[in-house]
Design a protein around this ligand. Structure first.
Ligand code: NAD
Ligand code: LMR
Length: 337
């Protein structure tokens, strides 16, 4: 067994955290040999609920969980953490777009960026789940200038999992037989779920998803729309936003960042754009990445159709607009960030 690492989950009294904390504490992210000290950060009105979560974690009797530190103080919450799941933020309600949360949530991510700068380990890996996730991650990174920018990521893994599940269902194969479905751009209704590089195993043979599905109007139509609107569909049905699937996706994202991707496999993460695929430089844009030694790299050289290029342009434009709006909410010019 190694020394315990400190991991913070913000929004620890909320609904995503309720599933997420258990999965992390069981060892599903950092592995069965990695003991953990969990920091649970929420806001003062949630202290009572947080106490209940602490009781339940104790009652789970999890061998890897060495200590649980509930707090409402970011200085305690982020102290010496190696990994941060930034979940705490307001969720949207029916009829809203995720960017409608921007003015309320962006300030949380400024404060948390500052706390990460001051208290976290310098190699902390930050996953932003709270919406609008890409722009919140952009803000957070900008307020933590001593932490490498590549350590700030936004979650589009839920969209990847949704898209992979749609393809597996369409082809009648287990989900583990489908890989390399990409989410490009923003975690919003402009995201582009792209099956164009996907691979599937059918009767022991690996084929391209495009050949196996053999239905361009589905791959450019119903498939894309279903994934783009899945979050809203869950809200309409549950009257609350996705939680169990969001927690699972957060675990998948951090697991692959920590442990690396399998050869020949890529995953989608919102990362700081270097302008690849004509995306706007500087925004947090979801790309296909491969991960080795805890470092992600954007997969280069993929052949994109004109349809795909037009979708990437649209979602990139939205991210630029969100970035400008965030800067105006925070009352700073782009030259100051
Ligand atoms: P929730 O309302 O159940 O929980 C949010 C928690 O965050 C609450 O306990 C709240 O008190 C806490 N919180 C608020 N401000 C905080 C702060 N400054 N510091 C620490 N904690 C704070 O919401 P939820 O369903 O758990 O969703 C959380 C966020 O995740 C929402 O913004 C939601 O839209 C987003 N989300 C993102 C994805 C994704 O794929 N990226 C998926 C699902 C949900
Ligand atoms: C999701 O995709 O389920 C989350 O971003 C929640 C939402 O508002 O849709």
């Amino acid at each position: 067994m190694s020394e315990p690492i400190r991991v913070v989950v913000t929004g620890a009294a909320g609904q995503i955290a309720y599933s997420l904390l258990y999965m992390i504490a069981r060892g599903e992210v950092f592995g069965p040999k990695q003991p953990l000290i969990l920091h649970l950060l929420d806001i003062p009105p949630m202290v009572g609920v947080l106490e209940g979560v602490v009781m339940e974690l104790a009652d789970c009797a999890l061998p890897l969980l060495r200590e649980v530190i509930p707090t409402t103080d970011p200085a305690v919450g982020f102290k010496d953490v190696s990994a941060a799941f930034l979940v705490g933020a307001m969720p949207r309600k029916e009829g809203m777009e995720r960017k409608d949360l921007l003015s309320a949530n962006v300030k949380i991510f400024r404060a948390q960026g500052q706390a990460i700068e001051n208290f976290a380990k310098k190699d902390v890996k930050v996953l932003v789940v709270g919406n609008p996730a890409n722009t919140n991650a952009f803000v957070c990174a900008n307020y933590a200038p001593s932490i490498p920018r590549e350590n700030f990521t936004a979650m589009t893994r839920l969209d990847q999992n949704r898209a992979t599940s749609q393809i597996a269902t369409k082809l009648g194969v287990p989900i583990s037989d489908v890989k390399n479905i990409i989410i490009w751009g923003n975690h919003s209704s402009t995201q582009y779920p792209d099956a164009g590089q996907g691979k599937v195993v059918i009767n022991g043979q690996t084929k391209s998803v495009a050949d196996a599905v053999n239905d361009t109007s589905f791959l450019q139509g119903a498939f894309v729309e279903t994934v783009q609107k899945r979050g809203a569909a869950v809200i309409a049905a549950r009257k609350m936003s996705s939680a169990m699937s969001a927690a699972k996706a957060a675990c998948d994202h951090m697991h692959d960042w920590w442990n690396g991707t399998a050869p020949g496999t890529f995953v989608s993460m919102g990362v700081c754009s270097d302008g690849s695929y004509n995306s706007p430089k500087g925004v947090i844009f979801s790309f296909p990445v491969v991960i080795v030694n805890k470092k992600w790299e954007i997969v280069q050289g993929l052949d994109l159709s004109d349809f795909a290029k037009s979708k990437l342009a649209l979602t990139g434009k939205e991210l630029q607009e969100e970035k400008d709006e965030a800067l105006s909410v925070l009352d700073v010019g782009s030259s100051n960030l």
